[in-house]
Design a protein around this ligand. Sequence first.
Ligand SMILES: C[S@@+](CC[C@H](N)C(=O)[O-])C[C@H]1O[C@@H](n2cnc3c(N)ncnc32)[C@H](O)[C@@H]1O
Length: 223
Amino acid sequence: MSHAQSWSQPGVLDFFSKERSATGDVYPSEWFFLKDRLKENMSVLDIGCAQGGFASIMSENLKSYRYTGVDISEDMIAKAKLRHPGQRFICTPEGDLSALDGETFDLVLVLGILHLHERWRTTLESAWNHTGGALLFDLRETEGPTLSDKSISWFGMDFSGDPDQPELRLPYIVLNAGEALGEAMRLTPGAARLSRYGYCHPPSTAARTPLAMIMTSAYLAER
Ligand SMILES: C[S@@+](CC[C@H](N)C(=O)[O-])C[C@H]1O[C@@H](n2cnc3c(N)ncnc32)[C@H](O)[C@@H]1O
């Protein structure tokens, strides 16, 4: 099963049809930055948009905005189009935003995906290329060494409920906090300002990792 297919399992599609689509579902670390970036008539690019939950969140806070959601899962995009017929949705291969040509956006969101795929640096780099104003993204961090090997730290995408189907594993990438900051700076060249807001918590229950606590950090890179 491909990475895109793993996100198209019925249980995953069902989860994102209900969660992360209201302002109250936005994590405090995300809202800390997002609340000050919301401006009437703004343009938003949401990379890993699932079913466009953030379009609903924008609607709760703004009268007018332009939203483009991109996702690697065709099924997520099909559902997003049904839910938000007035907005633009595009299915793209991982790390490939060529469908957007040179378009830039006031705000680019990359939330909840970077720690779950190996080529996260490419995703972040291309997100920054399409950022006209600010880029909001999140990473998982630790004070210890970086964990990126999915045989040691992984996220179980077992939504099938079928015990005969081997569990699908995505990497659960937890970066050393210093390295995370260094990479965030390196991958957003020319940023006028880079801010971080992190908080510690136990890892996701779907994660298998040697760490008892991790830090989720939201970063805001501004042009
Ligand atoms: C955990 S959800 C995050 C949804 C939303 N961004 C949020 O924070 O609620 C992951 C979504 O991102 C998509 N996705 C995962 N990796 C991606 C990538 N490298 N590029 C674009 N979409 C990706 C999946 O198909 C899925 O719909």
